[in-house]
Write a protein that binds this ligand. Structure first.
Ligand SMILES: [Zn+2]
Length: 315
């Protein structure tokens, strides 16, 4: 048995080796992008960069003369007036409530909201009906339709076909997906109280949960966005600040449909499409049907999250 395990390890390493030495790296590029991560892939140094004005991320391959390492304090100072650092400052000053901390509402002048869909670990298949209904409701007024999907490593491991289905919807031009880190394992114990559950479980390796999931996203061809969503939307001030220190912006939700919270202008609406929340899905489908006329005359639309948060910070 151990020989089989050893065989697997030896032969799985080269595949993983395509992406190695993944780490937090803070730097600034000549064109004023902020660098947050560095790794080696195909013999080249790769970086995860964020545009501090638009909050859009990108994976860039840069030679060392194009990169200047910087301290986090220097980055904050240099980009103080940008939506990125302003959003981080707002987050830093949050009160540290146990549930739903993070950006929960973006640009309130929007005539619509941002849809966020969580893919927590699940043994059930993806609720593909959500995406069929979205496309039926919003096209051709919106094409591609902007949606935010928060994803876990365990979900990616056990649902390769569902992931391929989502990537194909992007390729076809139906969806524009903002991919959000939702931790790798998303541990949850129904018997534990919230202060020692989810990422607050005492033995949690937060760095591993964040960086392992980013690597899994990149290996699966997904571009990690600047956002992070806490499993269960549960955090405390300490873990919240530690996530900020990775340069990430935690997102909450002010409209978790299964909890009967109604969306407002600029809301971050939350539904689960991992097969575990049929109620929220039913509510969502009912909601978009009720709004059919408003969608047709474009007074009720879905908004892309990075742009919506960036706009809110500029006001
Ligand atoms: Zn979750």
């Amino acid at each position: 048995m151990s020989r089989i395990v050893l065989f697997w390890l030896v032969f799985s390493v080269p595949v993983f080796g395509q992406l190695s030495s993944y780490k937090v790296f803070f730097g600034i590029t000549a064109d004023q992008q902020v660098l947050l991560r560095q790794w080696q892939q195909n013999g080249r140094a790769q970086y995860l960069a964020v545009n501090p004005q638009s909050l859009e991320t990108a994976i860039v391959s840069l030679s060392s003369d194009k990169v200047r390492a910087a301290t986090w304090a220097e980055i904050e100072q240099r980009f103080l007036k940008t939506p990125y650092v302003r959003a981080l400052q707002v987050e830093k000053n949050r009160d540290g409530s146990l549930q739903d901390a993070g950006i929960e509402r973006a640009d309130t002048t929007e005539r619509g909201f941002s849809l966020t869909i969580d893919l927590c670990p699940s043994t059930k298949p993806l609720t593909r009906a959500v995406f069929d209904q979205l496309i039926a409701a919003f096209e051709p007024e919106e094409k591609p339709i902007p949606v935010t999907i928060t994803i876990t490593g365990l979900w990616m491991q056990s649902h390769p076909q569902d992931l391929a289905y989502l990537k194909n919807l992007v390729k076809r031009g139906d969806l524009a997906i903002t991919w959000v880190n939702h931790s790798f394992h998303h541990r949850y114990d129904p018997k534990r109280p919230l202060p020692i559950n989810f990422l607050l479980e005492p033995a949690t390796n937060l760095t591993g949960e964040i960086l392992m999931n980013e690597q899994a996203m990149i290996r699966n061809g997904l571009l990690p966005s600047i956002f992070f969503r806490f499993p269960g939307l549960v955090s405390d001030k300490t873990v919240f600040d530690r996530v900020l220190a990775f340069g990430l912006l935690p997102i909450g939700s002010d409209a978790w449909l299964a909890k009967n919270q109604q969306p407002k202008q600029g809301s971050l609406v939350l539904i689960h499409a991992n097969g575990n929340e049929p109620l929220g899905i039913t509510d969502f489908i009912r909601l978009i049907r009720r709004k059919a006329v408003s969608i047709r005359n474009k007074t009720w639309l879905l908004y892309e999250l990075p742009a919506s948060v960036a706009n809110a910070e500029q006001k």
